[in-house]
Unconditional design. Structure first.
Length: 134
């Protein structure tokens, strides 16, 4: 029998990656209807949201969502401070600008989960968007 916590965590990581890729236009149109092994519009695009392979002692997050390192959490109770701290440390390890924790909301659709950052990170995102003309 497998580790149910790990299984749930992997399912949450996959659900978040699939949702983000769909919303960001990275998947082929109707990818769910056909061969799921060929889901990408461009498999080599660095903007594809992918589950990360852990290498070495410095964790780089569960998802690469350039310019974010994403840490996925699917737990019964929340520890937002710990999640954000972990995501921000992983962003540094990955050489990315921002850390975000993707937190599963019980009995809700993926898109109704939470993307949690510190106010420091939020301010940096707002600043970057304004400098880009938004």
């Amino acid at each position: 029998m497998g580790n149910t916590s790990k299984t749930k965590g992997t399912a949450w990581e996959t659900a978040v990656a699939d949702y983000l890729n769909e919303q960001l236009g990275q998947y082929r149109k109707f990818w769910k209807d056909g061969d799921r092994s060929v889901r990408w519009r461009d498999p080599s695009d660095p903007d594809n949201v992918r589950r990360q392979v852990q290498e070495g002692v410095n964790d780089i997050g569960d998802l690469g969502v350039r310019p974010f390192a994403g840490e996925c959490k699917a737990e019964r109770s929340y520890d937002l401070a710990s999640y954000v701290r972990q995501a921000e440390a992983e962003a540094i390890n990955a050489g990315l600008l921002f850390g975000v924790a993707y937190v599963k909301r019980p009995r809700a659709k993926t898109e109704d989960g939470y993307a949690v950052t510190s106010i420091r990170t939020h301010a940096a995102i707002v600043k970057a968007l304004r400098e880009a003309g938004y």
